[in-house]
Design a protein around this ligand. Structure first.
Ligand code: BES
Ligand code: MN
Ligand code: MN
Length: 462
């Protein structure tokens, strides 16, 4: 593996420049305005796959954004690794909060990243992370150190719920057949504390519309007599948590699987600096469900959050108006064994029930996703553990991630293959936020670690 490490050293600058080129493409999947850029990004990804030597490279059309595929079959007896990632990114706004433009990547040093970090939308989530796999593959193939078959499947709709990927996977089950799915789209605890993600939360995402009077009214002439839908919606939303910050929707916790005291004790041993966490976010204190630590609240407990709320007059100055309508987008993060479809129904029923007769409510569901747990006793997990240990000099801690990757639960069902969540980002990398960045240390460490995984996995599968 010495050649691979040398090759990485010699090519660091080029690897960085190649990634920066990709980061210049604004592949925002949520906004139709960027449709062509998303396609351009798919083509650029395919071109990279061709250049590093994968075969059968193809940009597959879907009803939404395309899926990029490429493969290298080295030996029918060798295990097959399916690399999943996403080339789409979240919208960059609010643009004014970026220190440098979101799609003009720059390298800057930070306290947490003294070797520098690349600042751009998608740097960590997920361009920087999926591209590590392309570069690791380049090196493995070049030095004839590729002990597994590889299939790349890089999609363009993860940030909008992977609507078309499931259909694609089911329709191409044979083509995509694999022994393990390898994903870098999560975080490690910190650069001295490697970890493997062993859980993802599921998601239900609702939109509600509350209607009061049939038109906007003078808030003096009518105010006090007619329901103000924004006031009513605020009260309804406030009632969704009780004093202990538990969610009040009947049946919401019914399927939540109890996590053993032993596992809880283990996860709380991960380093966590309360003071720094608060300082970083400029918050005076935490707020969360009573009886659980911060690590537990983001890892093993379900949540309900308003993501956005609007209605009435939000322009300059003051307009006295009693609005006709109020809206909110509400997400719920789910844990095993909660079912997003069931939770959607529970939410809808409850929301309709708590609405006073003075308003009408309309509840709709957006994309959702099932929660995931990754067993730690599999060959796949052990190989990832050894790979990380070799690269970091420390055994990685298993850690539950708070985020969601909606498609992962499906991989298990359709491919009958485990997913390994070997991400290299940091929670402080500001993914989805202004000034998203990805540490150069993390980028290169990932490229170094991935070939170790292939080596250990192939050896252990023999
Ligand atoms: N890569 C993230 C998920 C993530 C981040 C998991 C950090 C664990 C740690 C992914 O791109 C993401 O943002 N997912 C969305 C899913 C949604 C848009 C359907 C999420 O979690 O909000
Ligand atoms: Mn991601
Ligand atoms: Mn994301």
């Amino acid at each position: 593996m010495k050649e691979l490490k040398n090759y990485l050293e010699e090519n660091k600058q080029r690897y960085l420049e190649e990634l920066m080129e990709l980061l210049r493409i604004p592949s925002v999947s949520a906004d139709p305005k960027y449709k062509n850029d998303v396609r351009r990004m798919a083509e650029a990804t395919a071109e990279h796959l061709r250049k590093v030597g994968t075969d059968a490279v193809e940009v597959f059309e879907t009803d939404g954004h395309p899926i990029v595929y490429g493969e290298k079959m080295v030996n029918i007896k060798a295990p097959t690794v399916l690399v999943y990632g996403h080339y789409d990114v979240q919208p960059a706004d609010p643009l004014e909060l970026w220190d440098s433009p979101a799609f003009e990547p720059v390298v800057k040093k930070t306290k947490i990243h003294p070797d520098g970090a690349i600042f751009a939308r998608g740097a960590c989530d997920d361009k920087g992370q999926f591209f590590m796999h392309v570069k690791a593959f380049e090196a493995m193939l070049k030095f004839d150190k590729l002990p597994c078959n590889v299939k790349f499947m890089i999609e363009g709709e993860e940030e909008v719920g992977s609507r078309n990927l499931e259909k694609f996977c089911k329709a191409n089950k044979k083509k995509l057949a694999c022994d393990v799915v390898l994903i870098s789209d999560t975080s490690i605890i910190d650069n001295q504390t490697p970890s493997l993600t062993v859980g993802l939360r599921g998601l239900s995402y609702m939109e509600v519309e509350v209607t009061g009077p049939n038109r906007d009214l003078h808030s003096g002439v009518y105010g006090g007599a007619v329901a103000n839908p924004i006031n009513v919606l605020s009260t309804m939303i406030a009632s969704l948590h009780d004093k202990k910050r538990k969610i009040t929707i009947p049946g919401f916790y019914d399927d939540v699987k109890k996590v053993s005291a032993k596992e809880r004790k283990m996860m709380n041993q991960a380093p966590f600096d309360e003071k720094n966490y608060k300082k970083d976010l400029h918050i005076g204190d935490f707020l969360g469900e009573a009886g659980f630590t911060t690590i537990e609240r983001t890892g093993i407990r379900p949540t309900l959050d308003v993501n956005g709320m609007w209605g009435g007059y939000i322009g300059e100055g003051a307009k006295t108006v009693l609005p006709s309508k109020a809206y909110a987008k509400i997400s719920m993060r789910l844990v095993p064994d909660q079912d997003p479809n069931k939770i959607e129904k529970l939410f809808q029923r409850h929301f309709e029930k708590i609405a006073p007769p003075s308003v009408q409510v309309k509840v709709t569901a957006h994309h959702g996703g099932y929660p995931v747990v990754v067993p730690t006793n599999s060959v796949e997990y052990k190989a990832a553990e050894k790979a990380m240990e070799q690269a970091f000099g420390k055994k990685p801690l298993p850690q539950r991630g708070g985020g969601s990757i909606p498609i992962v639960a499906m991989f298990d069902q359709v491919f009958n293959a485990k997913s390994i969540l070997m991400g290299f980002g940091l929670d402080s990398d500001d993914i989805h936020s202004p000034n998203e960045h990805y540490g150069l240390f993390n980028y290169y460490k990932g490229i170094e670690t991935i070939p170790y995984f292939y080596q250990y996995y192939a050896a252990m599968k023999k």
